[in-house]
Write a protein that binds this ligand. Structure first.
Ligand SMILES: Cc1cc2nc3c(=O)[nH]c(=O)nc-3n(C[C@H](O)[C@H](O)[C@H](O)COP(=O)(O)OP(=O)(O)OC[C@H]3O[C@@H](n4cnc5c(N)ncnc54)[C@H](O)[C@@H]3O)c2cc1C
Length: 407
């Protein structure tokens, strides 16, 4: 059954000196309840309008929310300001999490940046906290996976759901991340593998259970760069730490039969001890306190890094657009969620200000141009950044940090 949520607008029209009020309704769906989709819906909500939020996950806590995010003053924080949530964010976020330490593979401290008192340029927040903050009063339809989007049908843009149901809208916003099911309605681009894989693990109660590691990590992050590989540990709230082993490898590094002779042959990613031992071999020779990050890690998750082509754009299609990773998946160098949120906020403001279908389409078209220009800059920066962070010359990683960290 079609849902009647939508963007209701009452527009005053001057006709024969009389003011008539007509009710206009844009039926808006946002596919995906990540940072992009939720920020869009929350800012729209602040302007008094509703969007139907369609999320594949069956519940907000259906899977672990992921690691910490640093939200930049001029991007993620600006978006939260537009949503009226900046003060709440400031109460939850961790400015001390901006601390960054870089070690040599032998454990020598090469850099140790501490945030200045009052520095709120890039504070950290747990993803789960950010999600709950954005969710607030929003009414998400959980467990509604989108299978396909068909623009330009008689009744608008058709969404086909994975359960076989379908529904039409005037505007469908694809905020459904890297493997977007909305994107094929606009573009044939698909993500490709960067050649760099992350294996993620975590530590709990680090301050009580692993005090030496807690000191090594400090209040923020610690990173160690070697030849074509790196280890990064980031403190989340509540003594939780996420550890990312990063290395250059073929996509099938753990399963390829050609590599049966190597240490990773036939590796089962679910076999915690096998993955741990494979990683310890990969990082062999690094300082023992650094390797403790892997020795004490709990489960391991394989996250090969994929990206969309830099400068990805599409020919505008009325009634459909993309936000965030669905539009411009790029290496995770601290920009993706920030861009996703700023885009969500800007699109919501533009949509809220559009009185009729023509203005709505113009607003979306103008938004896309703006998004592409900004995302293009970041995609180039993060692509070059990944090359330098996981590189044959570890000095490149240090040089990159020296360029971007405040002195
Ligand atoms: C290890 C790592 C660290 C990172 N650190 C940072 C950081 O510090 N700062 C930063 O700015 N960025 C960071 N990023 C990038 C950031 O996570 C992403 O750019 C950001 O999450 C994109 O938000 P999004 O809303 O576009 O997509 P997503 O967060 O991927 O959300 C998409 C949502 O859509 C839902 N969905 C997917 N398919 C469907 C479907 N078919 N139907 C319905 N719903 C669907 C998903 O369940 C999900 O909820 C990091 C990324 C990684 C991998």
């Amino acid at each position: 059954m079609p849902h009647s949520h939508g963007l209701h607008r009452t527009v005053a029209i001057h006709r024969n000196d009389q003011i008539q009020c007509i009710d206009m309704r844009h039926r808006i769906a946002v596919v995906g309840g990540g940072p992009a989709g939720l920020t869009f819906a929350r800012v729209l909500h602040r302007h008094g309008h509703r969007a139907t939020i369609l999320e594949r996950d069956p519940a907000p806590d259906a899977r672990p929310p992921g690691g910490t995010l640093d939200l930049h003053e001029e991007m993620g924080q600006l978006a939260l300001d537009k949503a009226g949530l900046l003060t709440h964010f400031q109460a939850l976020s961790r400015p001390e999490g901006q601390a960054m330490r870089i070690l040599d593979t032998d454990g020598t401290v090469l850099r140790d940046w501490q945030p200045r008192p009052g520095d709120r340029a890039n504070p950290e927040i747990d993803r789960g906290q950010l999600r709950d903050l954005l969710l607030g009063p929003l009414d998400v339809q959980w467990g509604r996976g989108v299978a396909q989007v068909v623009p330009k049908t008689e009744d608008g843009v058709l969404i086909r759901f994975t359960d076989g149901r379908q529904e039409t809208f005037d505007l469908v916003i694809g905020a459904d991340g890297a493997w977007s099911r909305v994107r094929p309605a606009l573009s044939s681009a698909t993500p490709h593998y960067t050649g760099v894989t992350l294996v993620e693990t975590s530590l709990d109660d680090v301050d009580t259970r692993h005090p030496d590691l807690a000191r090594l990590i400090g209040d923020g992050s610690v990173a160690v760069y070697g030849v074509n590989r790196a280890l990064v540990a980031q403190r989340n709230s509540g003594g939780h730490v996420k550890v990312y082993a990063q290395f250059r490898a073929p996509l099938d590094w753990h399963t390829n039969p050609q590599r049966r002779t190597g240490p990773d042959a036939g590796l089962d990613p679910a076999d915690v001890e096998a993955v741990r031992s494979s990683l310890l071999t990969l990082f062999d020779g690094w300082a023992s306190p650094v390797l403790d990050l892997l020795r004490h890690g709990t489960a391991f998750f394989h996250r090969p890094l994929h990206v969309l082509p830099v400068s990805h754009t599409w020919t505008h299609v009325p009634g459909v657009t993309l936000l965030g990773d669905a539009a411009h998946l790029m290496p995770p160098l601290g920009a993706g969620a920030n861009l996703a949120m700023l885009e969500g906020a800007e699109l919501a403001e533009a949509v809220a200000a559009a009185p009729g279908p023509e203005e709505l389409d113009e607003a979306v078209r103008a938004f896309e141009e703006r998004m592409w220009t900004r995302a293009d800059r970041w995609a180039k920066f993060t692509t070059a950044g990944l090359e330098r962070l996981v590189s044959p010359d570890p000095a490149e990683a240090l040089a990159l940090f020296d360029e971007v960290q405040p002195s």
